[in-house]
Design a protein around this ligand. Structure first.
Ligand SMILES: [Zn+2]
Ligand SMILES: [Zn+2]
Length: 59
């Protein structure tokens, strides 16, 4: 399955997939194939990546 348009996360690479959870178009860098989720949803769904400050994105 292919999608058209830019990744809605980085807005610089062509989107490859659509997140099964939020519908965000994501490039291969920002899409977790095994989970069928964009990296933002993976971060929210993965308990190991949650912290006390869930509203703050840190990189
Ligand atoms: Zn991207
Ligand atoms: Zn998502």
């Amino acid at each position: 399955m292919s999608v058209s348009g830019l990744c809605q996360i980085c807005e610089s690479r062509p989107a490859q997939k659509r997140c099964a959870n939020c519908g965000t178009l994501a490039c291969d860098v920002h899409f977790e194939d095994p989970k069928e989720l964009c990296v933002e949803c993976v971060a929210q769904a993965d308990p190991s990546r949650q912290s006390d400050d869930v509203d703050i994105h840190r990189f």
